[in-house]
Design a protein around this ligand. Structure first.
Ligand code: MOS
Length: 705
C-alpha cells in the first residue's frame, strides 16, 4: 500500500448520526408490529409456583401475554446464552431478571404498563450465593481455555529471589451500558424470518435463530443498520432476541422488543468481578526470577464464563519460571460476558500494579524495570513475536510525558493543596481475527461500492474501509459507498476482540486489489457493456490459528505504555486524572483519526475502571442494585482532562494483509494500574481494589496517620 493520509478520514456515517438521520434497529418502522416487554423474575433462585397474568391480559391495548407454555422449544445454537424461559415449565429460576413472561401491546408504553401487572409466586427461594461471600463455593476450571500454564520452577525462583512481592487485587462487576439499549424487531413470512437487531454479529444471530426455530439459515435474514455501542454485550445471542422471534411466530405478527435500561443490567451480560493474586520474585537488579498469577471470577449458575485475567502474564515479561491459574466460582447471578477490554483489562490491572510494587521494593525505576524484563521470545511458548514494539512505546511515551522529572518518593510532589502522583503501566491485548469476505464494485461513472456483512458498532469501520479501497484503486474516499449490516452481503464474523480492521480490512484490501488487476485487463475502466466491474475476496488468519483467530505460529499481541498524572485532594479524598500520555504499538494504523478516537475512548473507559465503575450486588436479594445510569457512575466530560495519544511505528506482516493489528480494546488496558500507581506515588497508599471511590481514598489517608 502507498502512504495513507496522515490525518485520516472523517466518519462517513458521522453526519447521519449527528443529525439523527441514522437508523438503529429500534427505529425500524413498526409495520403493524406488536410492542413487546419482558417480565423478569424478581428473585434469583427457587421456582415459579404460580404466574398470574389475567390483570395484564385485561390491560388496555394488550394483545397477548406469553409464558413458557406458549412458546416453542428452542434448541440452543452456537454462542447462545441459555434461554431460561423455555425451561420455566419446570419453573427453575437461576437469576434475578430472568424472563418469565412476554407482554405484547399496541404501544411500548402500554406493554410496559401491563408488564408491571404480571404477578409471580415463587417457592424454594434461598439466599443467593455471592462471589465476595463464597469462600467455600465450588471452584471450577473454565471450559474453553487452558486454566493452568506452567514453565520452570516458580518455588525455586522465589526462593532464589533477592526481593519478593505478593499481593491480592480485585476488580469490580461492571456493566457495558451502551447508549443504545438492545432492541429486536422480528417478522415471519411463512417460514422466513427477518430480524432487525442491534448486534456485534449478524452471522451468529442468524445461526442462532435458524437453530432455535429449525429453519435453514438462508431463510433467516438479519439486518443491523447501526449499533449504538456494544462493548461486548451485543456479541453473543441473548434470550430477548430469540424470545422476540418466538413471540412473532406464535402471534403471527411482527414484534418489536426493547430492553429497558434496567433490563440491560440483567439481560446481556456484564464483566464479572475478579480476585487475583500476583507474586513476583526478582534479583537485586529487578530481573524477574519467578512470576505467579492466579485469578478467580464470578460465573453464573449454569455457564462457565472465565475472565482470562492471567493470560498476559504468560507473554509480558522474561521470567524463567511462570505459573498462571484461573478458576471460576458459580454464583446466583445473570451471565457474565466479555466486556471491553476482556481478560487483559482486569488482568493487567493486577500484573502492572504488582510490577509497580516491585519497582518500589527493588528501587528500580518502573519504566526501567519493564525494559529490563523485555523478553526476546514469548516467555511461555518460546514462539517468536510477530511484532513487539513495547520498548518504543515505553521510551517515547515516557519522554512525551516528562517522566524524567519525577521524584520517585511517594508524597514528594505537590501543587498547593494537591498531592501530585505520576504512575505508569504497560498495556497489551490479544489478537483475535475472523475470516471475512468482501466485494468491491466499480461503476462506469467512477463510483465505488464495498459490500461486506460486517456491522458498524461505532468504531468508524466504514471510514477504514473507504480509506483502504480508495488507496488501492486511487479513487476519492468520499465517493466510496460502504454497505454492511445485512446477512445477504458477503459474510463476516463478529465485530469483537478488536478484530475488524484486520479481518474486514484485509478482505476489502484483497478484493480491491483483485478488482484493480481485473481492471488492468479492461484498459483501466469497467467494460462498457456491463457498466461495472466487481471482485470478491476472502481473507482469514493463517492455518493453525485457534477458533478465535489467535495465532499459534507467532506470539501475536498489541502493546502500549500508559502514563498518568493524578491530583489528590487529601481532605476530600478526591482523585482527578489531570493528564494521560499513552503510546501504542498496534501494527499499521489505517485511519489515524478514528484510531485516535478509539484510544482516547479506551483511556476514558480505563479511568472509569480505576475510579468509578462498579455494579453493586446485593447478596440478600441476589440482584444488581444499580439498574440505571444514576446508580452507576461513569466518567463524564469534566472527568476527562488532557489525553495525549500516539502510535509508534509498527508493522505486523503476520497479523493481517495490511500489517495492521487491533486497536479498540488496547486503549482500555493498563489505565487502571497507571492511575493506581500514580495514587500510590501521590499518597503513599497502595490501592489494590478498583474502583477506588472517594471513601476508600479517604480511609486510606486515615490509615496513614
Ligand atoms: Mo469485545 S468485549 O470483544 O466486543
Amino acid at each position: 500500500m502507498s502512504a495513507l493520509p496522515r490525518t485520516g478520514l472523517r466518519r462517513p456515517d458521522g453526519p447521519a448520526k449527528l443529525t439523527g438521520a441514522a437508523r438503529y434497529s429500534g427505529d425500524t418502522p413498526a409495520d403493524g408490529a406488536a410492542y413487546a416487554v419482558l417480565v423478569g423474575a424478581t428473585v434469583p433462585t427457587g421456582r415459579i409456583a404460580a404466574l398470574h397474568t389475567d390483570a395484564a391480559r385485561r390491560a388496555p391495548g394488550v394483545s397477548a401475554v406469553l409464558t413458557a407454555e406458549d412458546l416453542p422449544e428452542m434448541p440452543p445454537g452456537p454462542l447462545v446464552q441459555p434461554i431460561p424461559m423455555q425451561r420455566s415449565q419446570e419453573g427453575a429460576i437461576r437469576y434475578e431478571g430472568q424472563p418469565i413472561a412476554i407482554v405484547l401491546a399496541g404501544s411500548w408504553e402500554r406493554a410496559r404498563y401491563a408488564a408491571g401487572l404480571v404477578r409471580a409466586e415463587y417457592a424454594d427461594v434461598r439466599r443467593a450465593v455471592v462471589f465476595d461471600e463464597a469462600p467455600d463455593a465450588v471452584e471450577r476450571e473454565p471450559l474453553l481455555s487452558p486454566p493452568d500454564e506452567t514453565k520452570g520452577d516458580v518455588e525455586a525462583g522465589l526462593a532464589a529471589a533477592h526481593t519478593v512481592v505478593s499481593a491480592t487485587y480485585t476488580t469490580a462487576d461492571r456493566h457495558h451500558n451502551p447508549m443504545e439499549p438492545s432492541a429486536t424487531y422480528a417478522r415471519w413470512d411463512g417460514d422466513r424470518l427477518t430480524v432487525h437487531d442491534s448486534v456485534q454479529s449478524i452471522g451468529i444471530t442468524q445461526l442462532a435463530l435458524a437453530t432455535a426455530f429449525g429453519v435453514p439459515f438462508e431463510q433467516v435474514r438479519v439486518i443491523c443498520p447501526f449499533v449504538g455501542g456494544g462493548f461486548g454485550c451485543k456479541g453473543y445471542v441473548w434470550p430477548h432476541q430469540l424470545l422476540a422471534a418466538a413471540a412473532a411466530r406464535v402471534t403471527e405478527r411482527p414484534v418489536k422488543l426493547y430492553l429497558t435500561r434496567a433490563q440491560m443490567f440483567t439481560s446481556c451480560g456484564h464483566q464479572p468481578a475478579t480476585r487475583q493474586t500476583v507474586t513476583l520474585g526478582a534479583d537485586a537488579a529487578g530481573r524477574l526470577t519467578a512470576l505467579r498469577h492466579t485469578s478467580a471470577n464470578a460465573a453464573s449458575r449454569e455457564t462457565d464464563y472465565a475472565e482470562s485475567a492471567t493470560e498476559a502474564s504468560t507473554w509480558m515479561y522474561a521470567a524463567p519460571a511462570i505459573e498462571v491459574r484461573r478458576r471460576i466460582r458459580h454464583t446466583d447471578r445473570p451471565e457474565p460476558t466479555p466486556m471491553r477490554a476482556p481478560h487483559q483489562g482486569p488482568g493487567m490491572f493486577a500484573l502492572e500494579s504488582a510490577m509497580d510494587e516491585l519497582a518500589y521494593a527493588t528501587g528500580v525505576d518502573p519504566v526501567e524495570l519493564r525494559l529490563r524484563n523485555e523478553p526476546e521470545t514469548d516467555p511461555m511458548t518460546g514462539l517468536a513475536f510477530s511484532s513487539r514494539e513495547l520498548r518504543a512505546c515505553l521510551s517515547q511515551a515516557s519522554r512525551r510525558f516528562g517522566w524524567q522529572d519525577r521524584t520517585p518518593e511517594p508524597r514528594s510532589m505537590r501543587d498547593g493543596d494537591e498531592l501530585i502522583g505520576w504512575g505508569m503501566a504497560a498495556a497489551t491485548m490479544d489478537t483475535f481475527r475472523f475470516a471475512t469476505t468482501a466485494r468491491v464494485r466499480l461503476d462506469a461513472d467512477g463510483s465505488v461500492r464495498v459490500e461486506c456483512g460486517t456491522q458498524e458498532i461505532g468504531t468508524g469501520l466504514p471510514g477504514v474501509i473507504a480509506t483502504i479501497v480508495s488507496d488501492v484503486l486511487g479513487t476519492d474516499p468520499d465517493t466510496v459507498e460502504v454497505r454492511f449490516g445485512d446477512t445477504e452481503l458477503p459474510p463476516a464474523w463478529m465485530t469483537a476482540g478488536s478484530s475488524a480492521t484486520m479481518g474486514v480490512g484485509s478482505a476489502v484490501h484483497a478484493a480491491a486489489t483483485e478488482l484493480k488487476e481485473k481492471l488492468a485487463g479492461f484498459g483501466g475502466r469497467p467494460p462498457a457493456a456491463a457498466g461495472f466491474l466487481e471482485a470478491e475476496a476472502t481473507w482469514g488468519p493463517e492455518a493453525g490459528s485457534d477458533l478465535a483467530g489467535r495465532s499459534r505460529t507467532y506470539s501475536m499481541h498489541t502493546y502500549g505504555a500508559v502514563f498518568a498524572e493524578v491530583r489528590v485532594d487529601e481532605e476530600l479524598g478526591l482523585v482527578r486524572v489531570a493528564r494521560c500520555t499513552a503510546g501504542y504499538a498496534a501494527g499499521r494504523i489505517v485511519n489515524p483519526l478514528t484510531a485516535r478516537s478509539q484510544m482516547t475512548g479506551g483511556l476514558a473507559w480505563g479511568i472509569g475502571q480505576a475510579l468509578l465503575e462498579k455494579s453493586r450486588f446485593d447478596g440478600r436479594f441476589g440482584r444488581f442494585v444499580s439498574k440505571n445510569l444514576a446508580g452507576y457512575a461513569v466518567p463524564v466530560n469534566a472527568d476527562i482532562r488532557e489525553l495525549d495519544v500516539f502510535f509508534v511505528d509498527d508493522h505486523d506482516p503476520h497479523a493481517s494483509r495490511l500489517g495492521a493489528k487491533g486497536i479498540g480494546e488496547l486503549g482500555a488496558v493498563g489505565v487502571g494500574a497507571a492511575i493506581a500507581n500514580a495514587v500510590f506515588h501521590a499518597t503513599g497508599v497502595r490501592r489494590r481494589d478498583v474502583p477506588m471511590g472517594i471513601a476508600e481514598v479517604m480511609r486510606a489517608g486515615e490509615g496513614r496517620s
